[in-house]
Design a protein around this ligand. Structure first.
Ligand SMILES: [Fe+2]
Ligand SMILES: [Fe+2]
Length: 191
């Protein structure tokens, strides 16, 4: 999706897209009786993606500043990045094939929002590929004592860009999914 709805162009969802957000603002989510196990687990996954993205972006920035021990940095980064990319890919897949169709069917007014979120998944999946590519280039540069600084810079930029878009996506997705769950309950939605 491009234009005003694109992941890097848009502002937070308007009330016409997030139609239930006004009724169930974020402040009521944590203590709401309809916030069930599925929603809690799903929100925890989102928080894990936010934390990992920010942790790695900060770590890559610090490495760029001092470039102390490239192998140690790669040893720190690799398991976190692998977890982040792998889990993000499978998270999107489960949303695409399982959750989004159920939520779309529950309230047709949310269709536009899910169209945008679905397009985000394609955008982010392409970025996942790009991050993996820049990480491989960095690893090769470290192993061969090549242009480590240039490779680390490209990786950090790609990661920062992706994390910015991902946080926009997570925030918007929560703004339409959580109010729907609170409104209908997980049992009635079948999730
Ligand atoms: Fe998503
Ligand atoms: Fe999600």
């Amino acid at each position: 999706m491009s234009g005003a709805d694109g992941l890097f162009e848009r502002v937070p969802f308007t009330d016409e897209i997030a139609v239930l957000r006004d009724l169930y603002p974020r402040s009521v989510w944590p203590g709401h009786k309809n916030l069930g196990q599925t929603a809690k687990f799903w929100l925890q996954r989102h928080d894990m993606f936010r934390e990992l993205g920010e942790m790695m972006t900060t770590g890559a920035g610090a490495f760029l500043e001092n470039q102390d021990d490239p192998r140690a940095f790669m040893g720190w980064l690799a398991p976190r990045l692998n977890l982040f990319l792998r889990e993000l890919h499978s998270h999107h897949h489960v949303e695409d094939v399982h959750y989004f169709p159920i939520f779309r069917a529950a309230d047709e007014r949310l269709g536009r929002g899910f169209d945008i979120l679905d397009a985000d998944h394609h955008t982010i999946d392409a970025l996942i590929h790009d991050i993996a590519g820049t990480a491989m280039t960095l690893q090769t540069a470290i192993q061969t004592r090549g242009e480590v600084r240039r490779a680390a810079d490209a990786f950090a930029q790609q990661l920062g860009h992706t994390t910015t878009g991902l946080i926009r996506h997570l925030d918007d997705e929560e703004d339409i999914v959580v109010p729907l769950i609170l409104d209908r309950t997980e049992v009635k939605l079948g999730v």
